[in-house]
Design a protein around this ligand. Structure first.
Ligand code: ATP
Ligand code: MG
Length: 462
């Protein structure tokens, strides 16, 4: 069983149910004894009244059955009452023959027992006395028996309320227990929620000081594990980044050698191969640059490097300049809609540059020939809104989550990208504590990317 709460409840429930069963059995026994005592007393009293009325008449014994002897059994249970008075020789003086069997020879005094008579189980009391007259001694037995309906009803009436009371107490105790367990396990559930709500890459230590003593060692162990994991992840990132850096040099060399070949006279076949190699080398260079950009934004530790005031417009304009040639080649209308003054946001220059460049790069790349690309920057009180829109094919709502995954290019099969730009944008947005949404471009055509950044507080001049 995986649930601590269920296991604890079972540990409490099983002993309590055992205690309830034992107590129910004990109270049933005591109720049974009381009901039996009451029935036996009535039977004996009745037998004694009958025995009193046995008299000598004409030299023989005669028994009369007084109504009072039977009236004491009157009850709503309507049990059948049997009696027999007979002498030691087996002569029936009164009552039901056979209630005392011929084989029985009751001893003087009182005997109690349970027997079957007239097709039912009955409780019986046998009172045996000796009667003397003129030197003659005769033994007489009186047996009175009653059915069990009244006895069972009394037993039920005595026992059932006790059982109900104890069951109600158990239910109440369990309810309290459940409430207590839920309240006491809340810190564990809270801790689980806190860990679940963390971003997948958030390995910062959890503060154990506010936790219960029992939970602290667990959290401390988790923190130590997180430290080891962070070290390992950082070592891996460093390795990949170093590898990308190392790749830069041979690719640059390759480009330089291809440049030399540009001036050499070569046959058309070699020239074709040369062009293919140049395209390949260019693609390698772009890939390495994108990978390094991604590693850099990922390696940025927003917690250790506080955000600073950065002019967003600088990065918008710089990116436009870098993309101007490309946009011209496609005869694009590249427009910046922004205030004349600086628009200061809270962030990090390198992250903002990567973010703005990749958004504009996408817009320029996916806008059609002769289309338009617009970057607008709008201060909105405590926020600043940056939007980049184009009139290209846009991104279908169903794909808007997937395009942020690395190397996810959707249906694009051309050689013009790697599917890393939006992954870089997402990391940069996160590093600046901003929010990003994808939507339809103007008139429902193309793509509109909106980034909401925190505006840098302006300090009034002293
Ligand atoms: N402005 C846009 N209009 C239409 N589709 C877009 C736009 N921006 C991104 N996409 C789609 O999202 C995919 C992922 O974009 P992303 O920028 O991550 O990669 P990429 O542009 O293909 O390559 P690169 O790594 O060079 O940026 C693109 O392949 C494209 O299908
Ligand atoms: Mg891109």
């Amino acid at each position: 069983m995986k649930s601590l709460r269920v296991r604890l409840l079972i540990w409490v429930l099983v002993p309590m149910l055992g205690a309830l069963a034992l107590s129910a059995w004990l109270s049933w026994r005591s109720a049974r004894d009381m009901a039996a005592l009451r029935q036996d007393r009535t039977l004996l009293a009745s037998a004694e009244v009958m025995a009193e009325r046995i008299q000598w008449a004409n030299g023989e014994l005669a028994a009369r059955t007084p109504l009072a002897a039977l009236a004491m059994f009157a009850s709503t249970a309507h049990d059948r009452v049997y009696f027999e008075v007979r002498d030691a020789s087996g002569n029936l003086l009164a009552g039901w023959p056979g209630l005392i069997s011929d084989k029985e020879h009751p001893a003087i005094g009182v005997e109690y027992g349970t027997l079957d008579f007239n097709g039912e189980r009955v409780r019986a009391v046998t009172l045996t006395r000796e009667l003397r007259r003129r030197g003659q001694v005769l033994r007489v037995s009186v047996r009175v028996a009653e059915g069990r309906i009244g006895f069972n009803r009394l037993l039920h009436a005595l026992w059932w309320p006790t059982l109900q009371r104890e069951s109600a107490l158990l239910a109440f105790a369990l309810l309290l227990m459940l409430l207590g367990l839920t309240l006491e396990l809340r810190p564990v559930l809270d801790l689980r929620r806190r860990i679940e709500q963390r971003a997948p890459d958030d390995l910062t230590p959890i503060d154990p000081t506010e936790l219960d003593l029992e939970l602290r060692p667990v959290v401390e162990t988790l923190n130590q594990y997180a430290v080891r994991l962070t070290q390992q992840v950082e070592a891996q990132k460093r390795f990949v980044m170093d590898a990308a850096h190392q790749l830069r040099t041979p690719v640059a060399l390759l480009n330089a050698q291809l440049d030399v070949l540009d001036h050499a006279k070569v046959s058309p076949d070699v020239s074709e191969t040369h062009e293919a190699m140049r395209a390949c080398a260019r693609r390698q260079r772009l890939l390495i640059n994108q990978l390094l950009a991604l590693f850099r934004v990922e390696a940025h530790d927003a917690q250790r490097t506080p955000a600073v005031a950065v002019d967003l417009l600088v990065h918008v304009r710089r990116s436009c300049v870098e993309l101007a040639l490309f946009a011209d080649a496609k005869r694009l209308e590249l427009e910046v809609d922004a205030p004349n003054d600086a628009v200061m946001v809270l962030g990090h220059a390198a992250l903002l540059q990567s973010m703005v460049f990749n958004l504009l790069d996408n817009a320029v790349r996916y806008a059609p020939e002769g289309g338009f690309v617009r970057a607008c920057v709008r201060p909105l009180g405590e926020m600043v809104e940056l939007c980049v829109e184009d009139n290209g094919p846009g991104i279908a709502p169903s794909r808007r989550e997937a395009v942020f995954e690395r190397f996810n290019r959707g249906d694009n099969s051309d050689d013009n990208g790697f599917g890393l730009g939006l992954a870089i944008v997402r990391e940069a947005v996160r590093g600046c504590g901003a929010q990003l949404t994808l939507g339809d471009g103007p008139n429902g055509q193309g793509l509109r990317v909106t980034v909401r950044l925190r505006a840098a507080p302006t300090h009034p001049a002293a």
